[in-house]
Write a protein that binds this ligand. Structure first.
Ligand code: SF4
Length: 386
């Protein structure tokens, strides 16, 4: 069936780099298998793969669903048991693409249905996708097309608010407004989301053009509005980074690249317990001036592209009840990324595209769907709002 599809222009350019990948998608995750694929696996009776499928793919007993119907065994490094020494998938090699489960078929692609329209995008959790998404100095552009659509979608949002499309366009316009710093854009986005959440939906039609005009005005004069005083202080940033370190130590996260970044962050800001907070704050300030600012003065499109992709991928803003919550989560992600990059700048005595990409990719891959990390973000936000 043909459907209207909205997607970033980068989408068509992606192709998996297989064995050349720094962080194969078959490692570090719980691997869920959908019901349709599990039933296909049970019908395979010949070849060496048949026995492996019986042994290594077992029913999910805790809260099973059609999409989370079975699971694939992983080894002690959390690698998929079907990943061979060349980092290639034995299911794909022996049975073909049609036998891949939904997770493996789609990743890093995401397909969502919003009302009658389909949206496709990529996740920065894949290093190759992250390069395409983040390193484009011209920013993320979108294209609308008609496409044949046989495959089912992964996410469905049948009920969005009455002004969803207008809001979404404006949210992306704010994030792509290069007249202002990336922090100013985020803060103005917060003002807009609060205004929309506290206005009755019946008044949106009349109020929305006014709010857009007010927010554009603040954005264009952000420096004179002194908007930066609403950002966390350096001491607060150290505290936020410290919570990330504690989390990484408490939970086994099984991502070598992420663990390397966190170890470097800890050393870069001397957060290993032996030094005082004042010393860490001093290192943080130095890194902002010497490494973070000079790098992002040239390349703040990397952070812009991250934020725009986040908004598009998460289909924001979704529900009036949670506009502010959705915004605060986005803001927290940004703070974790910014704080860690400042720490990495201190460790490496500089920043490069490679360092920035490695952290954003591995952070997203490791924590994007981690329920405990979401709880941590919630607790930080609740304390901030007290
Ligand atoms: S993470 Fe991306 S590039 Fe790497 S193996 Fe998976 S899809 Fe391919």
């Amino acid at each position: 069936m043909k459907k209207q599809v909205l997607q970033p222009t980068y989408f068509e350019k992606f192709s998996c780099i297989g064995p050349a990948c720094e962080d194969t998608c078959c490692a570090g995750w719980k691997l869920s298998v959908d019901k349709r694929t599990f039933q296909m696996y049970r019908k395979v009776t010949s070849g060496s793969i048949a026995k492996d499928l019986r042994t290594n793919v077992t029913r999910e007993r805790a809260n099973p669903s059609d999409s989370n119907y079975a699971k694939i065994k992983v080894d002690e490094h959390m690698n998929c048991s079907f990943l061979n020494e060349d980092k290639l998938c034995n299911i794909f090699i022996e049975l073909g693409e049609n036998f891949l489960c939904d997770t493996c078929t789609f990743f890093p692609r995401q397909i969502s249905a919003i009302e009658q329209r389909v949206e496709r995008d990529l996740s920065v959790a894949c290093p190759e996708a992250a390069r395409l998404i983040l390193l484009n100095p011209d920013g993320i552009d979108f294209v609308m097309m008609e496409d044949e659509f046989a495959k089912h979608t992964l996410f469905a949002y049948p009920d969005v608010t009455s002004r969803f499309w207008d809001m979404r366009i404006f949210v992306i316009q704010i994030l792509q407004n290069r007249q202002a710093s990336i922090e100013s854009r985020l803060l103005v986005l917060g003002i807009f989301m609060r205004k929309m959440q506290t206005t009755e939906e019946s008044d949106w039609e009349q109020r929305l053009p006014l709010y857009i005009s007010e927010c554009n005005d603040i954005l264009n004069r952000a420096a004179s509005f002194g908007i930066h005083k609403y950002l966390p202080s350096d001491e607060e940033m150290i505290n936020i980074i410290y919570r990330l370190l504690e989390f990484q130590k408490e939970y086994e996260l099984f991502n070598r690249r992420f663990d390397e970044c966190i170890a470097q962050l800890e050393e870069g800001l001397q957060l290993n317990g032996g030094d005082t907070v004042e010393q860490s704050v001093a290192l943080y300030k130095q890194s902002v001036q010497n490494y973070y600012k000079p790098f992002f003065e040239e390349k703040d499109y990397i952070l812009e592209n991250y934020l725009v992709n986040y908004v598009f991928k998460n289909s924001l803003p979704q529900s009036q009840m949670s506009f502010v919550k959705e915004y605060e989560q986005l803001f927290m992600w940004f703070l974790f990324i910014k704080g860690t990059l400042i720490g990495l700048g201190s460790y490496h005595q500089g920043l490069s595209e490679e360092i920035v990409l490695k952290f954003i990719q591995s952070f997203t891959k490791t924590l994007e769907n981690n329920k405990d990390f979401r709880k941590l973000m919630k607790s930080i936000l609740e304390r901030e709002n007290d």
